[in-house]
Design a protein around this ligand. Structure first.
Ligand SMILES: Cc1ncc(COP(=O)(O)O)c(C=O)c1O
Length: 349
């Protein structure tokens, strides 16, 4: 067991958090004259004048059943990007503490570190996009408070080796964040199931991918109560708006539909991989456990510009370490993927 209290920044440990009107009275029936809202309603149809539940109780209740955990172990944020930022603010003293990340990986870890003035230790994944476990552990210092592991990893698309992650969880004395934004597209078990074994583990998930709600910004962090309560203590009081809460709550009653769409995306992904491999300009397609595929092509910059010219927008990842000449393709609908392959097959004609 790690002493989480000791990892929290001094000023955050001592912080007296903002107490919102909706913290003090939690009932739903009454005459609400406590929050300086507009009692006459919103324009034009009157429904949005009240502040939303600051604790997102309904969503947490439903999620806790699906994920077999307790509401106290769930943080809900304005996208998982909010959780990433809050973890820095909770645990990393600017200009003193450090974070370890494993490029090529999701860009927001470094951006959030830079915003918070936290030094980044980068230990690259191998050329097969797996963790250099010993190298990672040898580069940790007493000031390394956070480590981000993205699995399935963006932009490579693959799951990271479980034994490597277990070794890190057993050896690292800071907070290990496993970002599972793409976990629904794999058959692998979520690390949420390991939360009771490691009190320094935080698992990030999101409604932006498998659930299809990128627009309304809702993400989650699962972890030990001590970590989750510090995140709740420092978040903006009404960080998830009421419209998003309502839509997500409704969606959670229909997990079957989410699973059906995930199956479709996986089948489209496998078809896309096969089709890409048939193209002479494609040199390699990396294995994917995600809703995107990374492919090494003959000239990434030129092909990227060519696609852009045809109004097909993909992600050029060729500047990232171990991703030379690589493009990342999000799995589209059947017709979108067909269009991509058709245009790619005409490249150079
Ligand atoms: C690995 C990873 N984590 C998190 C996010 C962001 O998720 P959210 O939309 O919940 O902020 C992304 C978005 O692309 C991602 O690729």
């Amino acid at each position: 067991m790690i002493n989480i209290e000791n990892l929290i920044r001094d000023n955050i440990r001592k912080l007296n958090p903002y107490s919102s009107a909706r913290d003090e009275y939690t009932g739903s029936i009454g005459v609400f004259l406590d929050a300086n809202e507009n009692s006459f309603g919103s324009i034009p149809d009157g429904k949005f004048n009240r502040y939303p539940d600051p604790h997102q109780r309904e969503i947490k209740e439903k999620l806790s059943k699906i994920k077999k955990t307790n509401p106290e172990n769930i943080f809900i944020g304005n996208g998982s990007d909010e959780a990433i930022d809050l973890l820095f603010r909770a645990f990393c003293e600017p200009s003193k503490d450090t974070v370890l990340i494993m490029p090529p990986t999701y860009g927001m870890y470094k951006v959030a570190a830079d915003i918070n003035n936290v030094e980044v230790i980068e230990i690259a994944l191998t050329d097969e996009f797996q963790i250099e476990t010993e190298n990672v552990l040898n580069n940790v210092t007493p000031n390394t408070k956070l480590m981000f592991i993205c699995s399935p990893n963006n932009p490579s698309g693959n799951l990271l080796n479980r034994n490597s992650i277990t070794k890190i969880l057993r050896s690292f004395n800071g907070v290990v964040v496993i970002d599972e934004a793409y976990i629904d597209f794999t058959n692998d078990e979520s690390w949420i199931n390991e939360l009771s074994n490691y009190n320094n583990l935080v698992v990030l998930q999101t409604f932006s991918k498998a659930w299809g709600f990128a627009n309304i910004r809702v993400g989650m962090a699962y972890g030990d109560m001590q970590i989750i309560s510090v995140m709740n203590k420092i978040k903006y009081p009404y960080n998830v708006n009421g419209v998003s809460q309502q839509i997500i709550s409704q969606a959670l009653d229909n997990e079957v539909e989410k699973n059906r769409i995930v199956e479709k995306i996986i089948s489209e992904r496998n078809k896309l991989i096969d089709d890409l491999l048939k193209l002479s300009i494609v040199e390699k397609v990396f294995p994917s456990d995600s809703n995107f595929v990374l492919a090494k092509v003959r000239n990434a910059n030129r092909i990227y510009d060519y696609l852009l010219d045809k109004k097909i927008i993909v992600r050029n990842r060729s500047k990232m370490i171990n991703c030379e000449e690589c493009l990342r393709f999000t799995v589209g609908t059947e017709s979108e993927n067909q269009r991509l392959i058709e245009i790619l097959s005409k490249y150079g004609e």
